[in-house]
Design a protein around this ligand. Structure first.
Ligand SMILES: [Zn+2]
Length: 472
């Protein structure tokens, strides 16, 4: 494995930015210092560049079954993590959804195995808690899973009849999570409100793709966020809200945090950078933009940015769930399986490779946040919340050498052809960005170099051990 010296860069952590050399040996950071005379097998000159902890994407869906297991996302653990690495992300946290005829626990072990065989960066898994009628003894499985490294569980407040759990199940699950030191997560949309609105749109013939956003209203999201916060508080549990898309929902979180509630929330680049107006007129091609909760009106974006600046939103993850617009032979039905009928369009958008560049551009380059806050949003805070800190999420002696040399003055245009995701389109195609990763190291291995060449074998990624969440 040998040693690597990253010299003359500015080391940016969530709480500081200092000029320092970084010495890496055997996969760990072994020294940080100014004007060192260290030698190493391999030297990376980071003059004029930033050295930041590798990105942690706490929300991905690779080779992920959806819609009653009738289709799956396009990227597998190999293509998805190659793309992640190119974008400066060195750890992903994906999800386990119980397979029909298999327990959640058994599904989890199988999926952990699959990820270990194909992933090129480190990974962890959140367990999705199925409704009790799908597995009556699921709480027993969750206890065992907490011992197997599933330190976070996700509950769906949406999708009645398939994944939605009721308030009683939320309370029981949150209470067990509190007892075991697990962080409960919610997909917060009121499933009944979305289902009713969807039916109303179908009944009136409004099934074109863009009506998806009408079906998933701001109120349905804000109501579920509010309810989840109240339920978690009632049993003394902390709470993490995934993919907040509505400024009204962010406002609920802001209020709760001001009241001292232990709630953290995530948003995604697509909600900050892309808008309903970008796809409302595209007809069937609007399928490319459909995800849940939906990409909302441009007027909604500023409220999300404000929540990122104030801290009401704590992390930026991708919810990467990429599907192709053209149908490849080796994949089940993709985005255009039901043109003109939004209820059957596979939900999800790609972004695992774009996350850091898009957030840098809209956040740092535009002057809204500084580089330290950027690092906190994309790496340090997710590391803390999901029990990876201080092994990951920080450039410090003893931490894993998951490092990104970041060029803050790049002149780069994001294109579909220039990225590595399996999907055949990119939401940010044509976007000009001024920050990008030029070197990416994962546990000391130099995966991506300045020329963009890649060196990382499928299966080198490891299951990331997770400790107790840092909830402060
Ligand atoms: Zn998701």
């Amino acid at each position: 494995m040998g040693s690597t010296l990253i010299s003359n860069g500015t080391v940016v952590n969530a709480d500081s930015a200092i000029r320092a050399d970084v010495l890496v040996r055997d996969g760990r950071i072994v020294a940080l210092g100014i004007g060192s005379d260290w030698t190493a097998d391999h030297v990376i000159d980071a003059t004029g560049k930033l050295v930041i902890p590798g990105g942690i994407d706490a929300h991905t869906h690779l080779e992920y079954p959806i819609d009653g297991f009738t289709t799956r996302t396009a990227d597998d653990f190999h293509t998805g993590t190659v793309a992640a690495a190119h974008g400066g992300t060195t750890t992903i946290l994906d999800f386990v959804k119980k397979e029909p005829g298999r327990s959640l626990y058994d599904t989890y072990l199988r999926r952990r195995d699959a990820a270990a065989r194909r992933s090129v960066v480190d990974f962890g898994l959140h367990a999705i808690v199925p409704p009790r009628d799908q597995q009556p003894d699921v709480l027993d499985d969750l206890r065992r899973l907490a011992d197997e490294g599933a330190a976070s569980w996700k509950f769906f407040m949406a999708y009645p009849g398939t994944q939605m759990v009721d308030d009683g199940e939320l309370l029981a699950g949150f209470e067990l999570a509190r007892e075991l030191g697990v962080l409960p997560m919610v997909h917060a949309e009121n499933g009944h409100m979305v289902a009713r609105e969807t039916q109303r749109l179908i009944d009136s013939g409004r099934t074109a793709e863009h009506f998806h956003a009408t079906a998933h209203g701001h109120d349905a999201e804000a109501e579920a966020v509010h309810r989840a916060i109240v339920l978690a508080e009632s049993v003394g549990a902390p709470l993490y809200v995934v993919h907040v898309s509505s400024a009204a929902a962010a406002e609920e979180i802001s209020r709760a945090r001001a009241d001292g509630r232990r709630v953290w929330a995530e948003t995604c680049p697509q909600y900050l950078q892309v808008a309903y107006e970008d796809y409302a007129g595209l007809g069937e091609r609007a399928a490319a933009y459909l995800c849940s909760p939906p990409i909302r009106e441009r007027s909604n974006q500023e409220g999300l940015w404000k929540a990122l600046v104030t801290g009401a939103l704590a992390t930026v993850a991708t919810d990467h769930a990429g599907f192709c617009m053209h149908q490849p032979d080796d994949l089940p039905p993709q985005k255009l399986r039901s043109p003109g009928y939004f209820p059957k369009v596979p939900n999800g958008v790609p972004g695992i490779e774009d996350r850091l560049m898009v957030l840098w551009e809209g956040g740092v380059a535009s002057g809204r946040i500084d580089p330290c806050r950027f690092v906190d949003l994309v790496s340090t805070r997710p590391a803390k919340l999901f029990g990876l800190f201080p092994r990951k999420g920080i450039v410090a002696v003893g931490a894993d050498a998951d490092l990104v040399v970041w060029d803050p003055r790049a002149d780069h245009v994001i294109t579909t052809a220039g990225t590595h995701m399996r999907t055949d389109y990119n939401l940010y195609d044509g976007m000009r960005v001024t920050g990008k990763p030029v070197h990416v190291l994962s546990r000391g291995d130099h995966l991506v170099d300045a020329s963009g060449s890649f060196d990382g074998a499928a299966g080198r990624g490891a299951f990331a051990e997770r400790g107790t969440p840092h909830l402060f």
